[in-house]
Design a protein around this ligand. Sequence first.
Ligand code: GLP
Length: 241
Amino acid sequence: MRLVVVKDKKEMNAFVGDMIAEVIRAKPEACLGLATGSTPEGVYEYLSELYRSGKLDFSRVSSVNLDEYIGLPKGSPHSYAHYMETKLFGNINIDRNNAYVPCGYGNIREETERFNSILQKKPRDIQLLGVGSNGHIGFNEPSRALHSLAHVVTLKEKTRFDNSRFFGSIDEVPAQAITMGLRGILGAEKVVLAASGRYKKDAIQAMVANDEITTDVPCTFLKMHIDFTLVVDEELAGIRS
Ligand code: GLP
């Protein structure tokens, strides 16, 4: 694992954004594994700016998103499809036919099969990740067993509570989601996880304090990846207990 400590969010966005840009410059038809949540927002702004200033071209890039809530109506402003459209896809010249976000309504069993077949057909050159306060990656929640394939997951109350800040209340946060599994995440050529803020402390400590891997903290599985970069800000890096 490569641990990178950056000063603040601005430096984090530039560092992670440049990592992604480098992958695209080296391979214009790269496939990106993309994440949602508040952490990647600034990274997407940074990448959008590289595009606007003519420094990066997404015309041959494809992408696969990590997850989506189940049960939100089509076009819901809370859906990750809407997030991706407003934060990134609408700002760059990616071909929408090559940008896959799992669909959280309709026949979910069929969608899960579709997700798995896309993961197989489109190996990711880089996977961008955030982390939940309970150590979830994508929506792979702490559990007795984790899944390797894309699957439907029942969200933990903690996750619904954390994510309720994007909704009106916790009751509006869907109970289930569809997510990429561990094989999909660890199958990417490179993996980069960005984290900032005190409430991520336990998850980050579980990654850096020792070499243990546990299904209780799913992000610890990233220690197995040969090209994994963990980017944290000074505040998070400095927290000892
Ligand atoms: C959601 C997403 C995760 C993300 C997490 C943390 O639960 N499914 O992929 O990493 O939120 O988000 P944030 O960056 O907002 O803390």
